[in-house]
Ligand binder design. Structure first.
Ligand code: HEC
Ligand code: HEC
Ligand code: HEC
Ligand code: HEC
Ligand code: HEC
Length: 218
């Protein structure tokens, strides 16, 4: 039944928006369809230039920093906050304190104005997403963001389309790991190579992701 809904009718969604009638979702669909259908906001490979040449490869890969040191709300909230300048200055008051590449960080600190990071991943407002629900169920960052620890510049790795969400929601089994390991990188890649599922405690709950429309369109 739900197969019917994707992915082709992305082109034909207007009648369905009309079907939804006067609700805010229907309106958003009608208004948003053209914008999100044509904009690169939903495209794999999107890697905008950032105001500071911050490298995940260096900080999360080579230095092995845990994602949660900077994205501290990710397990508790829908939103994965990008860190405040304070977090950078914990180290960069001493490390590379005069580096040109950190000029914009120091300026932000002195002026007490946040760095204007460009958002890479953008879902339309009418689709509801919650990080904490996924992480607590044991879906790792790697499943949706790829090998961030190898990226000098963050790049969108997955389409973030409804079809992509649903593909996993129908059968998440290959993506489930021990919820303690959600920030570990490489486990999924290894599992896909060997065909062996990622390790997960036997008593971990069996998540049942929503497939009904109102699960993601609230
Ligand atoms: C030292 C701090 C730090 C660490 C550690 C860190 N990040 Fe980030 N992250 C940032 C900053 C700053 C940005 C915004 C700039 C950018 O996109 O590169 C960001 C952006 C991102 C984005 C893109 C957000 C968007 O705009 O859509 C993702 C995804 C992400 N990080 C995932 C991770 C993952 C996964 C890890 C662990 C493997 C991690 N980060 C570790 C600081 C950090
Ligand atoms: C735990 C300590 C730590 C934190 C926190 C940290 N960094 Fe770094 N950063 C380092 C180290 C270590 C280096 C590498 C210095 C070297 O190459 O000698 C570095 C290098 C850099 C460089 C390259 C500097 C150059 O001259 O090559 C940039 C840019 C940078 N960090 C940005 C950031 C930003 C932005 C944040 C906050 C989101 C941040 N860092 C948080 C430790 C940290
Ligand atoms: C099930 C897929 C999924 C998982 C798992 C996931 N993310 Fe995301 N992430 C997304 C989506 C989708 C967005 C865009 C959300 C939006 O635009 O509303 C996003 C956005 C982000 C952002 C930008 C800020 C925001 O919340 O919009 C950061 C930073 C981020 N993710 C970091 C992480 C980190 C770190 C982890 C692991 C601890 C992680 N993500 C796990 C799908 C995921
Ligand atoms: C790699 C697998 C995977 C992907 C991709 C994925 N999800 Fe999920 N999602 C899950 C799992 C597993 C759960 C079940 C959580 C539970 O039952 O505890 C879930 C639960 C949810 C929930 C219910 C959370 C709650 O608070 O009730 C929503 C909403 C949701 N996902 C939206 C999305 C959207 C929107 C996307 C695409 C942008 C997406 N998901 C992509 C695996 C995934
Ligand atoms: C697992 C989450 C999820 C579920 C369940 C879901 N959607 Fe979506 N839907 C999304 C996301 C994410 C988008 C935005 C990305 C895109 O346009 O593909 C979206 C976009 C749409 C759009 C905009 C048109 C388009 O394709 O761009 C319509 C209309 C829509 N959904 C209708 C539905 C209907 C009807 C159902 C129930 C049969 C449903 N959705 C179930 C996540 C979901």
């Amino acid at each position: 039944m739900s197969r019917f809904f994707f992915p082709k009718w992305a082109n034909k969604a207007l009648p369905i928006g009309v079907l939804f009638g006067l609700g805010p979702f229907g309106t958003a669909v009608a208004g948003g369809l053209w914008y999100y259908g044509t904009d690169k906001h939903l495209s794999v490979g999107y890697a905008p230039k950032q105001p500071v040449p911050f490298s995940h490869k260096l900080h999360a890969g080579d230095m092995g920093m845990d994602c949660r040191y900077c994205h501290s709300t990710v397990e508790k909230a829908a939103f994965a906050a990008v860190p405040p300048t304070q977090t950078c200055m914990n180290c960069h008051t001493a490390i590379r304190a005069t580096s040109e590449k950190l000029e914009a960080v120091r300026k932000s600190w002195v002026d007490d104005k946040p760095i204007e990071w460009v958002k890479v991943h953008n879902l339309p407002d009418y689709a509801y997403f919650d990080h904490s629900a996924h992480l607590n169920a044991g879906v790792g960052c790697e499943s949706c963001h790829g090998r961030i620890d190898q990226m000098a510049v963050v790049q969108q790795k997955q389409p973030l389309s409804m079809g992509w969400c649903l593909e996993c929601h129908r059968d998440p089994s290959q993506h489930l790991r021990d919820p303690k390991d959600v920030t570990k990188m490489g486990l999924l890649e290894e599992s896909q190579k060997t065909g062996k599922p990622m390790s997960r405690p036997a008593d971990a709950p069996k998540p049942i992701p929503p497939q009904h429309c109102s699960g993601c369109h609230r």
